[in-house]
Design a protein. Sequence first.
Length: 655
Amino acid sequence: QESRFRAFEGQTRILIGQLYQAAGDRERALAEYNQVRDDFPQTAASAMALYRTGLLYLQGFGQLDRAREYLQEVGQEKPGSEAVQLAQEMLRHLTRIKQLDERIAKVAVPTDPVVVSPDSTSAAEGVILESTDSVAAPPPPPPPPAGGEGNTGSGAREGRREPTLEEDLLEAAELFRDPARLAVPDSALRYYEEVLRRFPASEQVPRVLYSIGWVHGQRRGDPEQAEPYLQRLLTEFPGTEHARAARELLGLESIETAEAAAARAFRIIEERRLLDPANAAWLVPALDTLVAAYPRTNTAAKAAFLAATTFEDQLGDTLEAEVRFQRLARTWPTTVHGRLAEERDRARSAGLLAKLQRSLKGVGGQTAPGERIRLIAVEPDSLDSTLLARKELGFALRAHQRGDLKLAREFYERSLEQRQGQPEALYRLGQVVQEQGFREDAQEYYRRALALGPGLVTAYYRLFSTFVAEGKADSASHYLRQIVNRDSRNPQIARLLEEHPELGDQGKEVELDLEVLESLELEPSDDPLVLSFADAIAEPPLVREVAHPRSLPEVVVGDSTEVLLDLLVGPGGHVEQAQVYRGEEALRESALEAGRRYAFYPALDRSDREVRVWVELAVPFAGSRPRSDSSPSEAPPTEAAPPVRSPEIESGSTP
């Protein structure tokens, strides 16, 4: 009630809202958060209130889409605040859940019901329970035991094992279970129970049984629901590490698990190895014996890894080492050492080879049909307004290059909405509106651009030309003097000074006649519509595998034509999103289908990390003849002929 504490009111109301939420009074919690946003807009408190509102819709009402909307607004409310970082992290988790659900839907048998995250599910359906910050989070379950690829099989791409359906379900369950991440207990239970239903013989069953019991007992406060799962764990898997943790939850006396026994055996082997490190004759058999005795443990994976490295480093038997590393990655894929073996294999078989192939591709000269791409923008990995503005600017410049003034204007304006202080975007927007015939609007944008970036010489040229077109000699002369002073290296300026040396005298306000001004043909020496990626991209993306359109519609397309696609190329060079930018309507679906099958060498940043980028891809189509009305029996072609190079090859369009 006291004015001197007014500065703390927003933070205090957020705490009050959290208490209401913990007590189950979601409506009053929401009212507190809304009042903070109304009373303290554009502050760190209002940003945190938005974040808490998003969490409430996620964990209290079970509305993932609504939660996502609020979390996305946080970045615009108060950039750089703590709430922005928290919201970005939560959005990453939600994005990951969406990716997992999409993969699960593709891999699962079509007739089987597939668990998906409960988007827009009402709390009345009982799908999601709220999470309370007042409950202390217990330690997570012990590490998963080794083994278990599930029974869905595992594909391989460039030496990397694809995640199985079982692994995707487990990852989604862990995201929902973890109090530090999504913290939606009932959704976690649905995924865990789906693993039990689909993979009853999996080696991950102990982990799943423990997790279900833990969620019921620790997150939902229902030990009666937890007990059957924990008792089953003790009965069917008594020697596992998860059974040991279950005994602790049930208050039972602890017993030695297989993991503990394996760790004790490994310590004995390790002590002897340190005393006699050069003697490998006894080491490998001892490690193999441990693996055979405790195959379902993390220590077994550790022992198998040590045995494989012994063959490679000490015995020099690289063939046997390869066999063992591959077996390790296949048998214990979820363990630390199993993942190390997989990373090793990928680095050896794909990494070095891919770098060589990329280098050869980069010096290969002219691009083949179907390989012409243009780098448009870097996809931000967060909701940072600067990065988002830069992405929109990239799309604006591409549209501007292509002559799509309306679309370019939309993207420039969206870029400025994300970040106001961009002289480049203001200048380019001025160009667009000038070309659209709005001369006064263009002048305003140019002036605003110069106020932020006085060194933007090209803006002076544009202002000069607009005032000449309006017949305003005084204003045109003013900007002509600015051009002379700032762009003396332009050969046109040198010739101009030869004819009018008085312009070089900075102490004089020289005004030329309108006829003289109109006779001048001045253009900036360098004004390309290009966005530099040098600060973000060390290696641009390249086409690795061309995917030709599989079918050609019955349309006249001339000798050749092409469809321009915008593709989001992610890590690994896989196409994550595809959309049509320009092309014949009848060819668009065929082009999209082909674009999604393209494979790329991914873009790399300065730290050699793979980054997600947007590229424009030209998908070529060979000519097609329509079915003639006079000869209906003649079947049209259904397969696309080999693509031919489009006659319109743009200079410098391939990074």
